[in-house]
Design a protein around this ligand. Structure first.
Ligand code: SIN
Ligand code: CO
Length: 381
């Protein structure tokens, strides 16, 4: 992607300008971000997905402007309220994992690192449907897909919530601006920006959301992964205490044992490569509801890979850092031309037949194993 090129998607800003001026700073309203945009899934397909065990569906119903009801799916069609009933919304998280076209739409936002891109959520609402005034802790692009939605937004500091509600609803919402979005219009909101979107007639909104790891979560994840490697990192040296004096208080933990434990932990934390490996593995871990469709190994598959190239499955997460390559929670070794080609695969999510033919035998076998596991798909040619 040319990050200096002005894009209609960003209202004529280049990705570079957008990131500098708006990202995590201030909202951006883009009229006709995607001109002539048509929903990628029909209402019936959305409802089918809402009934699926593997989809993450939520239902929000507001009863005549008062009580809010909230439920987790799956929702067989008969369990959703009637279409004539106003004021309800069904939200489907991670639709990019189920549909290639939705995944391709999300990829238009890859001017932000993959480590930050999370998922594309689709909401379907009947007239007056919404999830109430709230804030999210992540950045979001709200793309209007069908019908109209009135967004009211505000940058308020008071983020206190109404007590005893089944969902997060701001206690004192103070909107400063409002916009009615039509199909193809888009609104970017930074984290913690108060907003309330109310459907005006039947409405579908696509939310491109970002993941924001917090320090505690990262520390926990990395410590868990470091723990798995601890034996190799610090060695199995036994505690020794030839200078231990006789004690009068046997229940007291010896200070030297605390020092021994601290030293072992510090030794494990010294390995910055282990940190980098842990982070990459964590960031590329597939979501819990994801599974891949493996295929039978065959000579034909291998020759199709060489003749036609391959692309990553939409569910595959592949990233790299200065020293490592990561795919679906695994860390792998590659150097020289292989590493350059694997990085190209991670960035473009595809390799041409020419690029595949430049891989070493070992890297080609690796790639073939991903095809067999369903992590990558051979192209047809
Ligand atoms: C919606 O699409 O109904 C809600 C999206 C949001 O407010 O984040
Ligand atoms: Co929101």
């Amino acid at each position: 992607m040319d990050i200096t090129q002005a894009l209609p998607l960003l209202g004529g800003l280049s990705p570079q300008q957008f990131m500098k001026r708006h990202w995590q700073k201030k909202p951006l309203l883009v009229r006709q971000a995607i001109p002539n945009f048509k929903p990628l899934l029909a209402r019936s397909e959305l409802f089918e997905l809402a009934a699926n065990e593997d989809a993450q569906a939520r239902l929000v119903v507001q009863e005549s402007g008062a009580a809010w009801h909230f439920k987790h799916g799956p929702f067989p069609r008969r369990t959703l309220p009637p279409l004539k009933q106003p004021g309800w919304t069904v939200l489907l998280q991670g639709v990019d994992l189920h549909h290639d076209a939705v995944h391709a739409l999300m990829n238009r936002f890859r001017f932000v690192p993959d480590a930050r891109l999370d998922d594309l959520m689709i909401s379907y609402a009947t007239d007056q449907g919404g999830v109430g005034p709230h804030y999210d802790s992540y950045d979001v692009f709200l793309l209007q897909a069908q019908g109209h939605r009135r967004w009211r937004i505000g940058r308020q500091k008071d983020l206190s919530l109404q007590p005893d509600m089944p969902l997060k609803i701001l206690a004192n919402f103070q909107p400063e601006a409002q916009y009615v979005l039509a199909p193809g219009d888009m609104l970017y909101l930074p984290p913690r920006y108060a907003h309330d979107g109310i459907a005006e007639g039947e409405c579908m909104t696509y939310s491109i959301g970002f993941r924001i790891p917090n320090r505690a979560e990262l520390a926990r994840e990395l410590l868990q992964r470091l723990a798995e490697e601890a034996e190799d990192a610090v060695g199995v040296r036994l505690y020794r205490d030839p200078d231990q004096a006789a004690v009068e208080q046997p229940a007291e933990i010896p200070a030297s044992m605390l020092a021994f434990a601290q030293d072992a932990l510090q030794e494990a934390l010294k390995d910055s490569q282990a940190f980098a490996r842990g982070l990459g593995q964590y960031l590329t871990e597939p979501k819990p509801q994801v599974w891949f469709d493996s295929v039978e190994p065959s000579k034909q598959l291998a020759s199709q890979l060489l003749n036609c190239g391959c692309r990553l499955d939409r569910r595959t997460r592949m990233m790299f850092d200065a020293q490592h390559l990561f795919i679906n929670g695994e860390c792998l070794q590659a150097s020289g031309r292989d590493a350059a080609l694997m990085r190209a695969l991670a960035n473009a999510r595809e390799l041409s037949a020419r690029e595949v033919s430049q891989l070493s035998g070992q890297a080609l076998a690796q790639l073939l194993s991903w095809v067999e596991a369903g992590w990558a798909l051979v192209q047809t040619c």
